[in-house]
Design a binder for this molecule. Structure first.
Ligand code: HEM
Length: 349
């Protein structure tokens, strides 16, 4: 062993064999298909968001009087500011999409069933944190969308029975949008939510290692096909290639569809058409269809049911004797989600 090697080994007494053992989780063969290993994609995009977010925070000034001008400065003047802002914005879009697709794959393969119920619930917290990051992110620019989006969200929270008033004041740092609101969104977006998400991803991965990934077998696989392959280096190499491909996609999106500035926030002018980001289209349409009180109560019920879905599913299977009952529920839910999102995307009001 070289002098440097000996120095390191004395301080970090870990051998190559121990390291291999520690990282070499056998990965089921079906994870060679990207669709089944989709969990790695939001994990990678989260790292991209942290790095680009820190770079943006160097110039961003989180107060209602300075935020808009500082984002304009990043977009127009700072070297490569437009590029890192584009990566951050498109990274957020792809991360939300990847989390939803990963959840769909887990759902439709029944990978949340006993004994993985707790990891499904941790996943639900990850979904809410990711959506929370998306919402607080676009609230920071202090455009019309930022101001009116926050105001509408405060009013929606106000309709929650009993706790509504407190939740609204916690979100807006007061009864309505004020000078403390944007700094509150910033601390949520840049500290509380990412730290929570990082902790949850860690626990999620600990659970995946404890249980292993659900084994799936495909009819087109020969019976003597290998059942597992090594995490390191095989799966790691696939993830690295996926990371590279995602980086290329993000760079192309940031360059071909650069992020622009919307009109600055004007508390005196309610915009004629107000739309949240695409990932809230379905909830926004639901709200318009049923009015705030029913929409808030029913959405609370739906999210609650999603949290405890592994147990609802077990009860439904026992009751009906049909293993595939969750597939029918999933198809109806997916069609509803796609239908409401498309509806909101196509109409002005
Ligand atoms: C930031 C968000 C998330 C990250 C980084 C993440 C990461 C991962 C990774 C790396 C895996 C290993 C298998 C795979 O790649 O599919 C996995 C599995 C799993 N995830 Fe996630 N996940 C996230 C969100 C979610 C959500 C929203 C749910 C559901 C509500 C969920 C539920 C599960 C379950 C139950 C498994 C075990 C699947 C199996 O055994 O096949 N995850 N996750």
């Amino acid at each position: 062993m070289s002098v440097v090697g000996r120095w390191i080994h004395e301080r970090a007494p870990l051998s190559g064999d121990q390291l291999r053992e520690f990282t070499n989780e056998p990965v089921p063969y079906h994870m060679k298909r990207w669709w089944f290993a989709l969990g790695g994609t939001p994990a990678y995009l989260f790292v991209v968001q942290i790095v680009t977010g820190i770079l943006l925070a160097v110039y961003f000034q989180p107060s209602s009087s300075t935020a808009y001008e500082s984002v304009r400065h990043i977009t127009d003047d700072v070297s490569y500011g437009w590029y890192f802002r584009g990566l951050h914005k498109w990274g957020a879009t792809l991360m939300v999409a990847a989390v939803i697709l990963h959840q769909m794959r887990v759902y439709f393969t029944g990978a949340y069933r006993r004994p993985r119920e707790i990891n499904w619930m941790i996943g639900m917290c990850l979904l809410l944190c990711t959506l929370g990051l998306g919402f607080t992110g676009y609230s920071l620019v202090f455009e019309q969308l930022s101001y009116w989006g926050a105001t509408v969200s405060g009013n929606i929270l106000d309709n929650v029975p009993v706790l509504g008033g407190v939740m609204k004041r916690l979100l807006l740092a007061g009864d309505q949008y004020n000078d403390q609101t944007l700094p509150r969104f910033f601390i949520l977006h840049a500290a509380i939510l990412p730290a929570t998400l990082a902790l949850l991803v860690f626990v999620h991965i600990v659970f995946i290692r404890l249980h292993g990934v659900t084994e799936l077998r495909f009819p087109d696989e020969p019976a003597d096909a290998p059942r597992h392959f090594n995490f390191f280096p095989d799966h790691m190499a696939t993830e690295l290639v996926m990371g590279l491909v995602l980086m290329i996609i993000l760079s192309v999106l940031a360059t071909v569809f650069p992020v622009v500035m919307g009109p600055p926030a004007d508390p005196l002018t309610t915009p004629e058409v107000i739309k949240p980001e695409w990932f809230f289209y379905a909830t926004f349409r639901w709200l318009k269809l049923f009015g705030p009180t029913f929409a808030v109560l029913s959405m609370g019920f739906i999210v609650g049911a999603m949290f405890v879905w592994p147990w609802i599913d077990a009860a439904l299977r026992k009751l009906t004797g049909r293993e595939e009952i969750s597939v029918y529920v999933g198809i109806v839910a997916s069609l509803l989600l796609i239908g409401l999102t498309t509806w909101e995307a196509l109409v002005a009001h």
